[in-house]
Design a protein around this ligand. Structure first.
Ligand code: ARG
Length: 577
């Protein structure tokens, strides 16, 4: 991690010049234009400004104390006070040789590993998982993989919606109109039908609404029959969730749904009331945020006037449980919630209440929210018939469509193999199509864009990976990965590829810091571009001696970084495409 060494040296030099300055924000980043160097820092300018110093002078003073001749050419002060660093070829070669020899693949594990709880996917029982759940599932899984790779202890928890007023209606429907045949064929569809049916009855017939309320009360007070039905609905839903998760390669350490926290809700509200955080309001219990400008008009209810509890109450109980170490026994340094944008207010309230409740808690709380998936018409993504798109249907279609692409490219491959490739390409395309977007923007779901072999797409990257691997199949048998190649970087395309490889760790760190896998996608896309230019200009198998060894090793490192990067995104690579 050369940039980390440079950063450290830079901070030391700065401390010698400005002993009182906080050096922690003084970072080294890749130069946007390689003309000026490989890395640069722009942080000295703001330090100079704050002290009414001449920024170029400060940069020059720091440069004079920089002790980095082992890695860099003499450092240049540029522009208004930038420092530009250019790596010596020997330093670049050493970094490549270390990675090729089985050392770190251009990234380092975090120096401060922490336990991180990630709450994601969290679908609701008795409803189909729809396209909206895909963003939470894919994004949460990618963050879990990323943080794990960086050395954190990640605990994934699927906070399924397995409790609430909908069960009163579902039980009424189940008892009075269940179609056993339909339930066997498609349990989720049948439960959805029952719910919709009773729900619309409730709107016109107060007696049905009253029955639903009574069934709910019975369930809540432990009625054996209603508990049995409720458990059956959960089990049926779980098998659907599991099918989706296993296709997507998503695993959870825990699945502690809302119902798990039921027994704790009462005492949460009592404790909040005793501490003066929650107060009676029109028969309910509410928390007011009189001193928080954004929340001052948005009190949060923690108990309804009928005595029922709210989403916020469950989440407070959940947060307390997690902060205390959950059932995994480790107090987390960070808790991450991955949901859609409409829940922003809920999490602002939740975090604000928790901070008041437990001001001593040293835990970072993050709501990682995302925008919606839109159809080509710019409206929420729906089927032609106007229904919500079921996740399972979407995954089927992705594999079908990918099979066409794969068959066009490789008609000669046996069908089984084409299907395996299509699975990786199809599911990879859906994942990558989502993760490569800025998560906070809405995006238009487009099969054509997602499955295109050109542009920032999964097929393009998977194809790039397969192409590198094919070099080894064609003639790189003599290449031993990690065989201690002497790197002789001569051509500009070799240098550009090598320098980009070195920045893998920066891409991973950047993505983790902001919970934005799209940074990693952009990095991988650029990597594939550098590789394409290298491959076009620098023959690999026709080269000889050190040149051939260098190029083969660059190919191997590119493949390894691509594979590791895609794995973080939850995408399987294929050897042939
Ligand atoms: N079940 C909720 C939904 O489908 C998401 C739950 C998110 N997690 C949480 N702790 N509130 O919208």
């Amino acid at each position: 991690m050369l940039h980390k060494i440079l950063e450290q040296k830079l901070q030391q030099a700065l401390a010698a010049v400005l002993p009182e300055a906080d050096t922690s924000g003084v970072l080294v980043r890749p130069c946007p234009d390689p003309k000026f160097g490989d890395y640069q820092t722009n942080a000295l300018m703001s330090l100079a400004k704050a002290r009414k110093m001449n920024p170029r002078q400060l940069a020059a003073d720091v440069a004079a104390r920089l002790d980095i001749a082992a890695w860099c050419e003499p450092v240049q002060v540029a522009g208004a006070g930038f420092l530009n660093f250019r790596l010596k070829p020997a330093a670049l070669a050493t970094a490549l040789r270390q990675a090729a020899g089985g050392g770190d693949l251009f990234f380092q594990k975090s120096a401060n590993p922490r336990a991180v709880v990630i709450d994601f996917s969290s679908p609701n029982v008795a409803k189909p998982m729809h396209v909206g759940h895909i963003r939470s599932t894919i994004l949460g899984d990618a963050l879990a993989r990323l943080l794990r790779l960086l050395g954190h202890r990640v605990i994934t928890d699927n906070h399924i919606g397995d409790w609430g007023t909908q069960f009163g209606k579902l039980i009424v429907g189940w008892k009075s109109g269940l179609d056993a045949e339909k339930l066997r064929a498609d349990p989720i569809a049948e439960m959805e039908r029952l719910y919709k049916w009773v729900n619309s009855e409730c709107e016109t017939d107060p007696r049905v609404l009253e029955r639903a309320r009574q069934e709910l009360v019975k369930l809540q007070s432990g009625d054996a029959e209603n508990l049995r039905l409720w458990r059956e609905m959960i089990a049926l839903s779980e098998s659907q969730f599991e099918r989706v998760y296993s296709r997507l390669g998503v695993k959870f350490d825990y699945r502690l749904g809302e119902s798990y926290y039921n027994p704790r809700l009462k005492s949460v509200v009592e404790d909040l009331a005793a501490r003066g955080i929650a107060e009676p309001s029109e028969g309910a219990m509410a928390v007011f945020f009189r001193d928080v400008p954004e929340l001052k008009d948005h009190p949060a209810l923690v108990r309804k006037s009928d005595g029922g509890f709210n989403y916020a109450t469950t989440d407070l109980a959940t947060l307390l449980f997690r902060w205390e170490g959950g059932s995994w026994g480790a107090a987390p340094g960070e808790i991450i919630y991955v949901t859609g944008a409409p829940q922003q207010l809920h999490f602002q309230q939740l975090f604000a209440i928790f901070r008041r409740w437990h001001p001593e808690a040293r835990v970072k709380l993050a709501h990682v929210w995302f925008g919606s998936i839109l159809g080509e018409d710019g409206k929420p993504f729906k089927t032609r018939a106007g229904d919500t798109v079921r996740l399972e249907d979407l995954l089927d279609e992705a594999e079908e469509r990918a099979l066409k692409v794969v068959t066009e490219k490789n008609p000669e491959l046996p069908e089984g193999q084409r299907r395996d490739i299509a699975r990786a390409v199809g599911l990879g395309s859906i994942k990558y199509g989502d993760l490569s977007q800025n998560r906070q923007s809405d995006y238009v779901f487009s099969w054509d864009r997602m499955l295109s072999l050109q542009g920032n797409t999964a097929p393009y990257l998977l194809y790039a990976y397969a192409r590198v691997r094919s070099i080894f199949r064609k003639g790189g048998e003599d290449f031993q990965a990690g065989g201690g190649a002497e790197f002789v970087i001569a051509a500009p395309e070799e240098a550009a590829l090598a320098r980009h490889l070195l920045n893998f760790g920066l891409a991973l760190d950047g993505a983790a810091e902001d919970y934005r896998p799209n940074f990693l996608c952009a990095y991988l896309y650029e990597l594939a571009g550098h590789f394409a230019r290298f491959y076009e200009n620098c023959p690999v198998l026709k080269a000889e001696g050190a040149e051939r060894a260098t190029r083969l090793a660059l190919c191997d490192l590119t493949a390894r970084v691509l594979q590791q990067g895609l794995e973080v995104l939850g995408i399987d690579t294929v050897e042939q495409m």
